[in-house]
Design a protein around this ligand. Structure first.
Ligand code: NI
Length: 152
């Protein structure tokens, strides 16, 4: 495993759309392992492959209850009820803002073997699913910020 470099805001790759994963091979598993290590080292709760410069639809998440690996994830259900909480991103260090997100979501994704699974997220996990899946379409959380983006 290796720590990969996290791309930051000025890098145009963050605005690009990631491609579907078709091969569930060692190259994917290495990417997932490196993303996990990179996320933990940076003390983040989620990381999308584009953030380490790979335009593939791959995400890792750990909000404190264990690692989730999402390949080709899609949000299949979102609650009408919303939450307004503070959000940040490893690619925009030192910035944060309050976003509007659904309170809960259901995500469909493949695991590293290619098997489809469903995941339910509420609160922080729902925000995290939305945030990371947005990254795969080149969307940053700043487009969901209500009010001002702040710096610390
Ligand atoms: Ni992010």
């Amino acid at each position: 495993m290796a720590i990969r470099k996290i791309r930051t805001e000025e890098d145009a790759i963050l605005r690009k759309k990631s491609r579907i994963v078709e091969n569930f091979d060692e190259k994917l598993w290495d990417l997932l392992d490196d993303m996990k290590e990179t996320m933990y080292q940076a003390e983040g709760v989620g990381l999308a492959a584009v953030q380490v410069g790979i335009l593939r639809r791959v995400v890792v998440i750990d909000v404190g209850d264990g690692l989730i690996e999402l390949v080709n994830p899609e949000i299949v259900e979102r609650s009408e009820e919303v939450q307004h909480e503070t959000e940040g991103c490893l690619s925009l260090p030192g910035k944060f803002g309050v976003t509007e997100r659904p309170k809960s979501v259901i995500v469909k994704a493949q695991n590293r073997e290619g098997k489809w699974c469903l995941y339910k997220g509420e609160g922080l996990k729902a925000r995290c699913f939305c945030h990371e899946i947005d990254h795969l379409d080149g969307i940053l959380y700043t487009s969901h910020v209500i009010g001002e983006l702040e710096s610390n």
